[in-house]
Write a protein that binds this ligand. Structure first.
Ligand code: NDP
Ligand code: MG
Length: 380
């Protein structure tokens, strides 16, 4: 039996992970964690019978506890609950599918407890990659990418042991506003930005995809996962999302992974690695597809991407500021407190005033996050 803990089980990646688990007879769910959606969490508990369930809010945890009193499941709350779910003794692999930097402590706790990690929560690697990568090596656990681009790169590297990567070609759909100028984007509303052309995802990552901040986070994620420099990661816009990413080797050969856009593939691949298992779903039809188009990214009208390169190259605590400023700005945009273009302005301004700490500890990362939030609150 593959014993799996899912952090963020009620979200887009979390629910798809549970669908994968349902389709594989040998997968057992041992722990679930969510923010506040206890209605869905209760259904998941009844179906998958984990030993432990964690809810962020204490009040909701109490409500859930009463609702599942007939079952043999422990209910915990807050950061302690999230860490308990990440370290629950029977799980072998933890799917980190919470959204945002909240994932740092539970991911570290899971690694320390010797669990393999199926990583969806890119914000954790972006902000704490310099701590997590050495820890993964020290503990001898696996860090398996769930993000579709990184799973593609990981698949391209299969059987390439020892062969050095010359360049990673990270593909991007360009989002719903590809081709627009800043002037044409200034009145974008929340509902417009929540429509992604190819993928159906959680709200935060959908906004991040539209601003290209998601691609920026992914460049930094690739740097940590595959041990390359920022300049070795080239973003290639490929609007159909057919090629999920590519790797160029030193002899000029390029390997690519292609497929229809379905997150269940990278999720199942991470859970079953190195095995490939059958999966239902649409297949690529190259006769119908006819062509695959490529474009350069538009750094000028989508400054989130250039700011990410700056943050990733500088390193230290700057990626944390980039990420924290984006998390707060996106939440303000979703709550209709700021305009669309202000998201990138906030990130830029927060980065400009920050004094970079090289090699920050977890506490310093969380302090830089706090300071960034305070700064944004004082100005917007
Ligand atoms: P969603 O917003 O759909 O889901 C987020 C999940 O995190 C929910 O289960 C939510 O619970 C839970 N959560 C939020 N805050 C807390 C908290 N404080 N404590 C415990 N749980 C919490 O996000 P996605 O699934 O889209 O994304 C998850 C991660 O995966 C992100 O880092 C994203 O960048 C990454 N990712 C997502 C992809 C996708 O296709 N969706 C693709 C590649 C990467 P609740 O529902 O109760 O609020
Ligand atoms: Mg991705």
């Amino acid at each position: 039996m593959k014993k799996i803990a899912v952090l963020g089980s009620t979200g887009s990646i979390g629910t798809q992970t549970l669908e994968v688990a349902e389709q594989n007879q040998d997968m057992e769910i041992t722990a679930l964690a969510a923010g506040s959606n206890i209605r869905l969490l209760e259904q998941q508990i009844r179906k998958f019978r984990p030993r432990l369930a964690a809810v962020w809010s204490e009040e909701k945890a109490r409500e859930l506890k009463a609702a599942v009193a007939d079952l043999d499941v422990r209910v915990e709350s807050g950061m302690d609950g999230l860490i308990a779910a990440a370290t629950e003794s029977s799980a072998q692999i933890v799917v980190t599918a919470v959204v945002g930097m909240i994932g740092i402590r539970p991911t570290i706790a899971a690694i320390q407890a010797g669990k393999d990690i199926a990583l969806a929560n890119k914000e954790t690697l972006v902000t704490a990659g310099h701590l997590i990568i050495p820890m993964v090596k020290e503990k001898g656990v696996r860090l398996l990418p769930v993000d579709s681009e990184h799973s593609a790169i990981f698949q391209c590297l299969n059987g390439e042991r020892g062969n050095r990567i010359s360049k990673i070609l990270l593909t991007a759909s360009g989002g719903p506003f590809r081709g627009r100028t800043k002037e044409q984007m200034k009145d974008i509303r929340v509902e417009d930005a929540l429509k992604h052309p190819n993928w159906s995802m959680g709200q935060k990552i959908t906004i991040d995809s539209s601003t290209m901040v998601n691609k920026g986070l992914e460049v930094m994620e690739a740097k940590w996962l595959f041990g390359v420099e920022m300049d070795q990661v080239q973003v290639v816009v490929q609007p159909q999302s057919v090629i999920h990413s590519m790797v160029e080797f030193e002899d000029g050969a390029v390997m690519a992974q292609l497929g229809t856009p379905d997150m269940k593939l990278p999720i199942q691949y991470a859970l079953c690695y190195p095995e490939r298992r059958p999966m239902a779903g649409e297949r690529l039809d190259f006769w119908k597809l006819k062509e695959i188009r490529f474009e350069e990214p538009d750094f000028e009208n989508f400054p989130g991407l250039s700011l990410a390169y700056k943050a990733g190259k500088t390193g230290g605590s700057l990626p944390t500021v980039f990420n924290a400023a984006n998390e707060r700005a996106v939440s303000m945009f979703l709550n209709r407190k700021i305009g669309y273009l202000t998201i990138a302005e906030i990130i830029e301004s927060a980065m400009a005033r920050h004094k970079v700490i090289p090699d920050p500890t977890v506490d310093q990362i969380l302090e830089a996050e706090r300071e960034t939030y305070d700064y944004i609150e004082s100005r917007w």
